[in-house]
Design a protein around this ligand. Structure first.
Ligand code: GLN
Length: 538
């Protein structure tokens, strides 16, 4: 008999119902009741991972400690649970097929015809159970991407059916997240789409144990009874998930709806102590009752889709709450910024973030934004490409290196102040080949970042191919741009800051990936504090 219990989460009726948030909220409650829980996302697309996807497709690519490029839902899992995820927490159809095909080439199927059932479904079942077999988790929640009825998800649903049967009711359960639309003209909530969705799920052999119903209005007893009767689910297992003001309200809402109790009762697990969510609610209290506000500009080229900068967005929320400040984000498209309009567009900002990114589109606007922040002493945080743009701006406008650039943008530049990393020169494949995941960094004691991190050694997550060109190091340092964070093994510059500016920091890594509700990231906390001070000084 298996020790680890499994919970499967599928979605019905439409996409974007928030399976990730429901999974993370349930996991949070189970964690508070004393269980070790992790969450896994299965994505039904053929890319091996989202690393090669344009952010417009699926939003941000989230990077784990072990350097996996993953779905942005893993960011939610980490922010809610405060524990790291890894490569095994995100599996795609591409990865499943790749390993099955690799095995076939090695002859491991001993002459058999390799088929979706059983070979692909076996591989899915194996990937689901890897996390359980580590012995680290009492409960593994597996979120199946997509919507029931999608052709792509069929093998996953079949794998869930098999696992539920093999493990038994006490060891595995299925939650179906669905939508109960409200028809304003009729003044009614409608259950029919959910009935159809559950019917489709049952045709695949999976009976949901719990329905979580997204709704704009409360579900009355009648509706719950109807859903229970037509969907073969106990009435107490119909869980309302009403629209919330913030995603961080959802654990409390699920607690009030007793989702955790229904789950533990079915899995025959002790209930543990009632979740108090003390630190969580302390954060929420501060988030909802700010004493002040700041406006932060995010300068990027994917700003039409805020999900492209999900982790930065959330890190600002955590840092805002920590400072008891509401953070208003002002999204600025870098392609629309020019030397002539930058002052008009950015003058009301209390702090400026230049976002990560790839390729040349919009970079001149980013450089104009850096210059504006530097010259007007506005708190500035440059992240990855944002840090590289700060280096280029300083080279051009302070060091006088005309047309200085990154080799990424101009291979023939006379002043490649941003260089391709040595180990990247031989790289030809695009997928999974950047400098990824956690790397150590040593901070200079006499620096702003040392005051912020209060430590000489830090570790942060990365995703890049280009780096500060150390040939120019002395020139920059002498002119006031200090390199205050270095990877001591490779001498790679991880942090730059300006000594003659109240708060101007660029980081080659992505601090946003490590910010959680219970551990807001010190760099974002300090940035918001500086932005508030800047606002007050005006
Ligand atoms: N394009 C830059 C590089 O590869 C920056 C990457 C990023 O912002 N994540 O180095």
């Amino acid at each position: 008999m298996s020790k680890t219990k499994y919970i499967f989460v599928t979605g019905g009726v439409t996409s974007s119902l928030g399976k990730g948030i429901i999974s993370a909220s349930l996991a949070k409650l189970l964690q508070e009741r004393g269980y070790s829980v992790t969450i896994q996302k299965l994505d039904p697309y053929i890319n091996i991972d989202p690393g090669t996807l344009n952010p417009y497709e699926h939003g941000e690519c989230f990077v784990t400690e072990d350097g996996a490029e993953t779905d942005l839902d893993l960011g939610h899992y980490e922010r809610f649970l405060n524990i790291p995820t890894s490569q095994v927490n995100n599996v795609t159809t591409g990865r499943i097929y790749q390993s099955v095909i690799d095995k076939e080439r090695k002859g491991e199927f001993l002459g058999k015809t390799v088929q979706v059932i059983p070979h692909i479904t076996d591989e899915i079942k194996y990937r689901i159970q890897i996390l359980g077999k580590t012995g680290d988790f009492d409960i593994v929640i597996t979120e199946i991407g997509g919507t029931i009825g999608d052709i792509e998800s069929l093998p996953y649903v079949e794998a869930v059916r098999q696992l539920k049967w093999e493990l038994g009711d006490q060891n595995a359960l299925a939650i179906h997240l669905t939508l109960i639309p409200y028809l304003a003209a009729a003044g009614e909530l409608k259950t029919k789409p959910t009935q159809h969705s559950v019917k489709m799920l049952m045709q695949s052999g999976v009976t949901p144990d719990i329905l979580v119903c997204r709704t704009e209005h409360h579900l009355n007893d009648n509706i719950k009874r109807k859903l229970a009767l037509f969907c073969n689910v106990k009435k107490e297992s119909i869980i309302e998930s009403i629209d919330a003001e913030t995603i961080y309200d959802v654990p409390n809402l699920m607690l009030a709806e007793k989702l955790d109790l229904v789950v533990l009762n079915q899995l025959k697990l002790p209930l543990g102590k009632v979740p108090k969510l003390l630190k969580w609610n302390d954060f929420l209290q501060k988030h909802k009752n700010p004493k002040n506000n700041v406006t932060i500009g995010i300068i990027g080229k994917y700003v039409e889709l805020h999900d492209a900068y999900k982790s930065i967005n959330e890190a600002l929320i955590h840092a805002g709450a920590n400072n008891e400040v509401k953070v208003n984000i002002h999204w600025v498209h870098s392609e629309n910024l020019t030397e002539n309009n930058v002052s008009k567009k950015l003058k009301n900002l209390n702090g400026i973030i230049v976002a990560p990114g790839f390729g040349g589109r919009g970079i001149e606007g980013k450089i104009d934004a850096v210059r504006f922040a530097r010259e007007n002493k506005i708190p500035f945080l440059g992240i990855c490409l944002g840090m590289q743009m700060a280096v280029i701006e300083y080279a051009r406008n302070v060091l006088g290196l005309t047309n200085a650039n990154s080799l990424e943008m101009n291979e023939k530049t006379r002043h490649p102040v941003i260089n391709l990393m040595k180990e990247q020169k031989k790289v030809t494949n695009k997928g999974g080949t950047m400098r990824l995941g956690a790397w150590n960094c040593s901070l200079s004691e006499n620096s702003k970042v040392f005051d912020i991190y209060k430590s000489k050694k830090i570790s942060e997550r990365h995703r890049h191919r280009y780096e500060f060109n150390n040939k120019y190091l002395n020139q920059f340092n002498k002119a006031g741009m200090q390199t205050t964070g270095i990877n001591s093994k490779t001498d790679l510059v991880e942090i730059i800051e300006l000594s003659n500016h109240p708060w101007f920091i660029g980081v080659q890594y992505h601090p946003e990936y490590k910010s959680t509700v219970l551990n807001p990231h010190p760099l974002f906390v300090a940035f918001i504090k500086a932005s508030l001070a800047h606002k007050k000084s005006k």
